[in-house]
Design a protein around this ligand. Structure first.
Ligand SMILES: Nc1ncnc2c1ncn2[C@@H]1O[C@H](COP(=O)(O)OP(=O)(O)O)[C@@H](O)[C@H]1O
Ligand SMILES: N[C@@H](CC(=O)OP(=O)(O)O)C(=O)O
Length: 406
């Protein structure tokens, strides 16, 4: 017997017929001998409609608390409908909303973009086992949370995916199935480019980056809760079959373990190329990277401004790169000169939490400033911050920043 979490997005339960099909797919899975926890979003565009109604009526005079309560009506309704349809198909079901004793998802009191209290939610989720053990299919409101004073909170738009993965983690589920309106994860948004191709699999890291940069198909924070042993996939509601292969999300999200601070063990060199208005000329960056790639020189970082490009490479490649790039500069009309700077150290901090931790850059840079360590360059993405400091400062900078992620 396996435990599966099946999350149905708004379009997958967009009308009565679709809800029935979704419920039937859950019942079929249950009949195979598996336990299923259902997570549902609001029916179709209910959340959008509620937002519009509020805007056209009270507009900005609505309080956050009122807004969260109004938005919650979408999921409050869909769990009740879904649960009734499952029961009509002959299997016992119970809807679980924030007023239920077994409500699993506890948050802080930031009602519209609530932060999950992970430990408390992990513990509360286990209450669902009591229902599952009685052969009942729980249908849980996605997107909603309960704050410290019992207030309704919401996880932010698209938050039902987070609910599904959090429950998957807390209940040690075998599989999290995200049911949506496309065949799986595609080479791009199929609603924008029709010939987009379905991917059979995608790594957790790729999926997270895709989601972070706007691919709506999965909420970027959801994968934080994907444990190594949990299978996850994204499938279409069209087939009415939870065993459809869709796109498998491969690999663990190592969560805590992924938080690392690394001091690159070898010195890094920096080459700066200057030229007037160089970035107005298309193709310049590719020229630089192609020359280095052809000579098997790895680029650790690159930053581009209006009149200069700075390239970070391993010191052992620096002379070769310097000569190669110099040849390029003297052959080019747009570029005027280049310099090989002094040796520097590269620190990389990786954490899945960067994406949702305001102020993290200052947490990292303040100790450096207080210790008079000059930052030669810093770049940040959703999950990594890379800092270049002078070589002599490398070890000390590492000691100062390595505790920031703790
Ligand atoms: N690379 C992609 N692959 C698949 N779908 C994508 C991709 N990028 C964006 N999307 C969009 O994600 C949508 C599904 O997400 P969403 O509308 O939030 O579904 P749901 O209501 O099921 O949560 C698709 O209809 C599609 O337009
Ligand atoms: N109903 C909420 C939460 C959600 O996750 O929806 P969906 O799964 O349809 O993207 C919203 O529209 O934001």
């Amino acid at each position: 017997m396996e435990l599966k979490i099946a999350k149905f997005g708004g379009t997958s339960i967009g009308n009565g017929k679709k809800i029935r099909k979704a419920a039937q797919s859950v019942v079929n899975e249950y009949m195979k001998g598996n336990k299923v926890v259902v997570v549902v979003s609001a029916i179709n565009k209910t959340t959008d409609n509620l937002i519009k109604i509020v805007k056209d009526s009270v507009d900005s005079n609505v309080t956050d608390k009122q807004m969260a309560e109004i938005l919650s009506m979408g999921e409050m309704t869909s769990v009740r409908v879904m649960s009734s349809v499952i029961e009509s198909l002959g299997v016992k079901s119970e809807y679980i909303d924030p007023y239920s004793d077994e409500w699993p998802l506890l948050t802080n009191n930031k009602v519209l973009e609530a932060k999950i209290d992970f430990k408390a939610s992990e513990l509360m989720s286990k209450e669902l086992n009591r229902i599952l053990d009685q052969g009942i299919i729980p249908v849980v409101c996605g997107f909603l949370g309960k704050g410290p004073d019992g207030e309704i909170t919401t996880l932010g738009r698209g938050g039902s995916d987070i609910t599904a993965f959090l429950l998957g983690h807390s209940l040690n589920a075998d599989e999290v199935i995200i049911v949506t309106d496309v065949d799986g994860v595609m080479s791009t948004d199929p609603n924008k480019i029709q010939k987009a191709k379905k991917l059979d699999k995608i790594s957790v890291e790729e999926m997270r980056d895709l989601a972070t940069h706007g691919a709506q198909v999965l909420h970027p924070h959801a994968l934080k809760y994907k444990d190594p042993l949990i299978n996850a996939k994204i499938i279409s509601h069209e087939y009415g079959d939870l065993s459809n292969p869709g796109t498998t999300i491969v690999g663990p999200y190592e969560g805590e373990m992924m938080k690392t601070t690394i001091l690159y063990p070898e010195p890094i060199s920096v080459v700066a190329i200057v030229g007037d208005g160089m970035l107005k000329k298309p193709g310049l960056l590719s020229k630089i990277t192609t020359i280095l790639a052809k000579n098997d020189i790895n680029i650790f970082g690159i930053s581009a401004g209006q009149n200069s490009v700075t390239i970070f490479i391993n010191k052992k490649n620096s002379d070769e790169a310097y000569h190669l790039l110099h040849d390029m500069v003297i052959d080019s009309e747009e570029l005027s000169s280049l310099s090989l700077g002094k040796e520097i150290a590269m620190l990389t901090l990786v954490s899945p939490d960067f994406i949702e931790t305001p102020g993290i850059i200052s947490d990292i840079t303040v100790p450096l400033r207080e210790n008079n360590i000059n930052i030669v360059e810093i770049s940040s993405s959703q999950t990594a911050v890379v800092i270049f400091v002078e070589l002599a400062d490398g070890e000390k900078a590492f000691e100062l920043v390595k505790d920031v992620l703790e």
